[in-house]
Design a binder for this molecule. Sequence first.
Ligand SMILES: [Zn+2]
Length: 192
Amino acid sequence: MFNASATQFSASPRFVDSPHQDARPQGVAVNLLVLHAISLPPGKFSMQHVEALFGGVLDVRAHPTFAALTDLRVSAHFVVDRQGAIHQFVPVDRRAWHAGVSSWQGIERCNDYAVGIEMLGDENTAFTDAQYRETARLCRALMARFPAMNKSRIVGHSDIAPGRKWDPGRQWDWTHFHRSLAHIGNFEMHVR
Ligand SMILES: [Zn+2]
């Protein structure tokens, strides 16, 4: 378990298996990272309902806005919470269901070849320094595992589904993120 007052995590992601996953198509190289933002209910940055959504057990009566999520079967490989702790829901060699109808550089169905990272956040509140740092570390760990996944292939959901998706949104500072990515020291992180 992490200590909330610690400034660094050495931790590998906490793993919670999601039923919302399947096999990637055969022969497809994993080479895209998609960053997202999520908050459930809107503006609340707790893991509780996100974990329930990805686990297929969200009580849609728990909040009026959840009615729109009825029967929605979605997941991401990872969620980075506000403290920078990383939660994993789908092994990276499997397909998570985060991108929906999407296309990048002419290749559709990004879920086939992407890893999806959700960050707890919205359009109104700045992401935390811990989120920039731990998301960057996670991206580095994934780039080491999938060599074709270079930094120009880290994109936002809004880049692969323009007009349909807004996230990670205007609060996500790509310059800050790329600076974090460039300044990561040694670390160990085991992703499934
Ligand atoms: Zn998204």
